[in-house]
Design a protein around this ligand. Structure first.
Ligand SMILES: Nc1ncnc2c1ncn2[C@@H]1O[C@H](COP(=O)(O)OP(=O)(O)OP(=O)(O)O)[C@@H](O)[C@H]1O
Length: 816
């Protein structure tokens, strides 16, 4: 029997003031008098005092200490856990996301939601803090979950070693719901095909549909296969770089969208071959405060309306789910509740982290967050293992690929206004229709057979071949045979008469069929191998069909590119940074000779004025990267020194003739006279190991800093864009601003660093050395680290070049 369990709620309090250590009152980080806001981490309760009307003593907009309101009523809420400052993301991860990752790998769907007002710490919890010194140390739950998932998977693989095949498949996806449109943050097309939805940057809006077996699905969502934590982190970085950020009165970098980062696991149990398919969602909701508080206008007002609507329906859904007499749950009212349908009141393990900003001015928002959280934990879910109907991971993969390709083809048909195209194997009626047409074609030269897909073409050719084999043109209905009969007849020189399945069995029994080597004979049509082969063939055909359909048509942009020596109608070749810059310079005359230098001056002025704080943040990020690189370089030197020392000591010991304690006078690496080389060696190895560990940590930290820098740069550009518009600077902003200001300039240097690591000059080679000597399993493979570096640069280049293309194609707006 499936037992139900309540949705768990943790309450996390951010420090009220993050500028000082701990912030707020003393070290507690809570800036509200205890008689108004009290917490107890033993009983896990929060007691908050407010007026009957739901506000607090100060009324709307903040607590007023001069208001001596007598009707303050304390309300106590109890939750699963209260996490006050200075609880770290590491602890929050261990308590919340880690158990969910494990349960998801065991086949259960799981969801972790962060909820709360703007600035309360939702993004800090899920995706980590903005650029800064603590960025890596305080990395968010998503990054930790990626590392945690692969740790679990590697452990699982080690335990099940030798049980055959790769039993676990991991895919990642990331969507953003912004103004009631769903965007794939990993599915940038590179073209601006989303103008209608009012979203920038070439992100197509996706539609939702429900499948009876798989629940709510997102049409065309990209779910790249991920083979390592590094690949996963790379995708996480890419998705977050693409996330919309808009200026907001309460929080400069406030995210005005909901973001759902999802792990999709397919796991085969090697003992019984059963396959489970499950997912784990990490949801960063937009700020829950009501619009009136933000005094938003224009675009931000529109965003706030959508956020209010989706969160208010989220509340409606929760109320309906908690009610015993629920007959209708309004999931479909908003994209957010629709996407989360399976996670709220479904077969999912759900955990919510309610984020609170414990400051007097936010007491009313804290109360409303706690009320919502309390309602949430009354909802019961029934977690069940999601066993796949197909018994084979490869088949699950192939079926998904087929489904995606079919959707893609259907999409191409819609945009080109075609319908009724044959992609699947024809059913009986379709087969009869096609046969009739082909027969007419063969008998009457004026007839035409219109072939509209490769599958259609294959069927037509098959029918014609049947006719030819059966006795030539116009062979007539009776001579058309099934492929099975045709195979039988064509084999073993059994003559021209048709053979039935019974004949074949008979022949097989007599050994006459031994030469038959066709697929259909070798494999049972119901066997896994046969189905897989057939699926592979279907995929190849659909891929081919899709390739033919997606040949780019010449758009004005393409013609322009063509003028710059690219072939018309073809895909422009990939360019490196320098080539791209050259290409841009060549394109400028086509953009009407815009005042690029003028824009650069505007950008510089912006950085000195309105964008100063963001520019400073970016500058800080660059400085931190520089200092981290210096640290890594010096650490690498130390490591190389230790390496030499170990080599020397090893050779000393090997040459037993020299005896323990012998030294080579004058050598910088020689032990002191009288020292025991064995002891020295032990010490050197210990030092080497500990330095290698520090190096690995530093390299990880550097990657995070680089990512944060890229994010700061994107934020700066977005802010500059809005600033230009506000200022009435609607004139065209063309490519040519100093991109290197933010991040591009360092990219080459970063690439050099990555290459250094790869060649072992900066420590990568040392890792192998460590393996050789200590036979230890390394925490990170140097090749993987280098590949990760490369992939990370590629992700950044992708985003940067998309920005440039977008700027070009919109000829007038420089967008990220
Ligand atoms: N637990 C914490 N420790 C230290 N700083 C925190 C913590 N939580 C939040 N902050 C800081 O508070 C600021 C706002 O946090 P964050 O962006 O996560 O808020 P949010 O709830 O996601 O807001 P929004 O709804 O606008 O996305 C950030 O500068 C962040 O670094």
């Amino acid at each position: 029997m499936v037992t139900s369990s309540r949705i768990k709620v943790f309450v996390r309090l951010r420090p009220s003031d993050t500028s000082s250590n701990g912030g707020g009152r003393g070290s507690s980080g809570i800036d509200i008098p205890p008689h108004l806001f009290g917490i107890d981490t033993i009983s896990n309760t929060v007691t908050i005092s407010a007026t009957e009307g739901g506000g607090h003593g100060g009324g709307h907009g903040g607590y007023n200490p001069n208001s001596h309101n007598a009707s303050l009523t304390p309300t106590t809420f109890q939750f699963e856990k209260i996490l006050p400052p200075p609880t770290t993301n590491s602890s929050v991860y261990t308590l919340s996301a880690l158990p969910l990752i494990r349960s998801s790998l065991a086949g259960f769907n799981a969801t972790l939601l962060t909820y709360g007002q703007t600035g309360a710490g939702k993004t800090y919890t899920t995706f980590g803090p903005p650029a800064g010194a603590s960025a890596y140390k305080e990395r968010g739950l998503a990054a930790r979950a990626i590392a945690g998932a692969f740790e679990e998977i590697n452990r699982y693989k080690t335990v099940n070693e030798g049980m055959g095949g790769t039993p676990i498949e991991v895919r990642l996806s990331c969507i953003e719901i912004y103004n009631e449109s769903v965007f794939d943050l990993l599915g940038f097309s590179g073209e601006d095909d989303s103008k209608d939805s009012g979203r920038d940057g070439g992100v197509p809006s996706l539609s939702l549909f429900e499948s009876p077996s798989a629940g709510v699905q997102i049409r065309g969502l990209k779910m790249p296969l991920v083979n390592s934590a590094e690949e996963g982190l790379n995708l996480l970085f890419e998705s977050q770089m693409n996330r919309a950020i808009a200026e907001h009165q309460l929080n400069d970098a406030s995210s005005r969208s909901h973001c759902i980062f999802t792990f999709h696991f397919t796991v085969r149990n090697p003992e019984n071959n059963k396959v489970t398919s499950s997912k784990f969602n990490i949801v960063d909701l937009a700020g829950s405060e009501k619009m009136v508080k933000t005094e938003a206008v224009g675009k931000v007002q529109r965003e706030s309306n959508y956020i209010n609507k989706s969160l208010s329906f989220l509340e409606q859904v929760v109320i309906a789910l908690a009610s015993k007499s629920r007959d209708h749950v309004p999931y479909r009212q908003t994209k957010l509740t629709h996407v989360l349908k399976d996670s709220l009141g479904g077969n999912c393990t759900t955990l919510m982290i309610a984020c609170i900003w414990p400051h007097l001015s936010h007491l009313d928002q804290s109360l409303s967050t706690l009320k919502f959280a309390a309602r949430m934990q009354t909802v019961r879910n029934k977690p069940t293992v999601n066993e796949s109907k197909t018994n084979n991971v490869a088949s699950v993969k192939l079926l998904r690929q087929i489904k995606n390709l079919k959707e893609e083809l259907a999409f191409h048909d819609i945009i080109s206004g075609r319908s009724g195209i044959l992609y699947d194997e024809p059913d009986n009626k379709e087969m009869t229709d096609i046969r009739d047409r082909v027969r007419k074609y063969v008998e009457d030269e004026t007839e035409v057979v219109e072939v509209r897909s490769l599958q259609h073409f294959r069927v037509v050719m098959g029918i014609m071949r049947e006719m030819i084999v059966a006795g030539g043109r116009g062979g007539g209905g009776n001579t058309i045979m099934t492929p099975r009969r045709e195979i039988v007849r064509g084999m073993g020189g059994v003559g021209r008469e048709e053979k039935t399945s019974e004949d074949r069995t008979d022949m097989q029994n007599k050994g006459l069929f031994s030469a038959v080597k066709t697929e259909q004979v070798m494999m049972s049509p119901t066997s896994d191998a046969y189905l897989q082969k057939k699926q592979m063939r279907d995929i190849e055909e659909m891929e081919e069909e899709r390739r033919v359909r997606s040949m780019p048509r010449a758009s004005p942009a393409m013609v322009m590119i063509d003028n710059n020596n690219y072939s018309m109608g073809g895909t422009p070749p990939a360019k490196n940074g320098a080539e791209r810059d050259r290409g841009m310079a060549e394109l400028r005359p086509y953009l009407g000779g815009k005042d690029v230098l003028g824009k650069q001056a505007e950008f510089d002025a912006f950085k000195r004025g309105a964008g100063k704080s963001q520019a400073i943040l970016l500058g800080q990020a660059k400085l931190e990267i520089k200092s981290k690189k210096t640290e890594i370089k010096s650490l690498t030197n130390d490591i190389n020194y230790q390496k030499d020392r170990i080599d020397f000591l090893m050779s000393q010991l090997r040459e037993s003739g020299l005896g323990a304690g012998a030294s080579s006078p004058g050598s910088p690496t020689s032990p002191r006279a009288g020292d025991d080389p064995a002891k020295q060696l032990k010490l050197a190895k210990k030092t080497y190991r500990s330095k290698m560990e520090t190096l690995t940590e530093n390299k990880e930290e550097l990657k995070f800093l680089q990512h944060q820098k890229a994010q700061s740069f994107n934020a700066l550009i977005a802010a500059f864009d809005s600033w230009l518009k506000m200022k009435g600077g609607e004139e065209e902003v063309v490519e040519g601003l100093d991109e290197r200001e933010g991040g591009g300039g360092d990219l080459d240097y970063d690439r050099e660093e990555a290459n250094d690591w790869k060649s072992g000059e900066a420590g990568g080679g040392d890792r192998e050395y460590a393996d050789e000597y200590y036979n230890e399993s390394p925490r990170a493979n140097p090749r993987e680290a280098a590949a990760y570096e490369k992939a990370q640069h590629a992700a950044r280049d992708k985003v940067n070049s998309r920005a440039s293309r977008s700027a070009m194609s919109q000829s007038g707006e420089w967008k990220i």
